[in-house]
Design a protein around this ligand. Structure first.
Ligand code: IMP
Length: 428
């Protein structure tokens, strides 16, 4: 799970865990997500396809809770095949909802109308697709296989949107006939991958297999528990893995939260530990904090332990993976927020639910020693300088969650596996 505002480096971690797994499942979000995976000289960027696809034949599922833009997934499949990657393991839930051309236009239109109040969405049609799902006007992957049903459903879904889509009345992508033809073609392409994905997960679990549920976005972008309305339209928390993949809470043994050693956020909304000065810029440059999906510069800030404690509780985290620790090298001292300070001297030890408070909240920091040694070669906790170990201990202590892995660079092997993480390898 992403334990912050997304972009925590989940791609690299799921890639490593996927190697051990029998099945990897995505269960929410869509191509608003972006994962970068580095394999030697090769850099792969995925938006929809689960990271596990790079292991030949690995079962990689797109669960019912995901919203799928068929053009994007076909594009990713084409690109992977071009680079010689076997994509046979990909399965897409027949119950997953589709992103339609009108969802993209409505996302764009919605943001434009909000003007200064805009959310800063990725404009990939995510919100409008989930809105249609809830309104029972969604088109599902299975509908791609039946021309009559597809056309009828598109016509029904378009009807209540006529007014909002008026500025695009002449847009060829909105023509009912063209859209049906295009989507039937996508269906034809995707048909070998369409499956009853929940049954695949059940079979793996029933035969004691290892299933990795791969979260997208982050806890604070959760539509129920995040910084609403500056959130995404799904639930990027652990509980959603059950809903979006079709398993029960008791099927999940471990919940690992991925958190950067500092914090970033893309898009608008409150960010109590935000840095707008030189240090913020330095983190952005050193951490290459520019979005995989939209290329936007990410906002940067100090470690926020109030928000991370909240994420630990919401997800029921059993382990924390800290990424990009190497980016902090040379920044001395470091700061970590242990509570928030609100207006008129108020203090908040817990993540405040009231948005007006959150918007004005600023971090109350503890100063910690930084380190100057290059840590990119560290492979064991003991290889880290004392100050880096103290920084990690401080995070674990304040969240009550043990640190199970630490990433010290973009390469696959630039990872510290603690005993707890190795145990998982042994189980597999
Ligand atoms: P949407 O998900 O495109 O509707 O965007 C809603 C908010 O979530 C915006 O602030 C986006 O920047 C943010 N968001 C969506 N997906 C990601 C992600 O994968 N990483 C980081 N932020 C994201």
């Amino acid at each position: 799970m992403g334990a912050q505002w997304g972009d925590e480096g989940k791609g690299k971690v799921t890639d490593l865990l996927a190697e051990q797994a029998d099945v990897v499942v995505r269960f929410q979000g869509g191509n608003n997500a972006g994962h970068t995976i580095v394999r030697g000289d090769e850099v792969y960027k995925f938006h929809l396809v689960p990271s596990g696809i790079l292991y030949p034949g690995k079962l990689c599922l797109i669960g019912n809770g995901v919203v799928v833009d068929p053009r994007v997934i076909i594009g990713e499949l084409d690109e992977l095949r071009r680079r010689g990657v076997d994509t046979n393991g990909l399965r897409i839930s027949a119950n997953a909802h589709l992103i339609m051309p009108y969802h993209l236009l409505l996302d764009h239109e919605g943001e434009t109308k909000l003007g200064k109040l805009q959310i800063g969405t990725t404009r990939r049609g995510i919100g409008p697709a989930y809105a249609d799902k809830a309104a029972r006007l969604g088109i599902r992957v299975q509908d791609l296989l039946d021309e009559k049903i597809l056309k009828q459903k598109i016509a029904t879904a378009l009807e209540p949107k006529r007014q909002s889509l008026r500025p695009y009345a002449k847009d060829p992508s909105l023509d009912l006939h063209t859209m049906t033809e295009d989507y039937l073609r996508y269906g034809h392409r995707l048909e070998p991958h369409i499956a009853d994905t929940q049954r695949i997960v059940w079979d793996a679990l029933d035969s004691d297999g290892l299933v990795v549920f791969e979260g997208a976005q982050g806890t604070l972008l959760d539509i129920d528990h995040g910084t609403y309305p500056f959130v995404t339209s799904s639930n990027p928390i652990a509980g959603a893995a059950c809903v979006g993949a079709g398993v029960g809470p008791r099927d999940i043994d471990d919940v690992w939260g991925i958190a950067k050693a500092y914090v970033t956020r893309v898009g608008a909304g409150p960010f109590p530990t935000e840095l707008d000065g030189e240090t913020g810029e330095r983190l952005r440059e050193a951490g290459h904090e520019f979005g995989t999906t939209t290329g936007r510069a990410r906002r940067t800030g100090w470690m926020d332990l109030v928000a991370l404690r909240y994420a630990a509780r919401l997800n029921g985290l059993t382990g924390l993976v800290i990424t990009k620790l190497d980016v902090l090298t040379g920044i001395d001292p470091l700061y970590a927020a242990v509570r928030y300070l609100g207006p008129e001297g108020s203090r908040f030890d817990e993540f405040p639910y009231h948005q007006s408070i959150l918007h004005k909240a600023r971090g109350d920091y503890v100063e910690l020693s930084g380190w100057h040694e290059d840590i990119s070669g560290a492979r064991r906790i003991e290889d880290l300088p004392q100050a880096a170990r103290d920084y990690l201990d401080f995070i674990a202590e304040h969240t009550g969650v043990p640190i199970v892995m630490v990433s010290v660079g973009p390469e696959r092997d630039q990872m510290i596996w603690t005993e707890a993480a190795r145990r998982l390898q042994k189980v597999a």
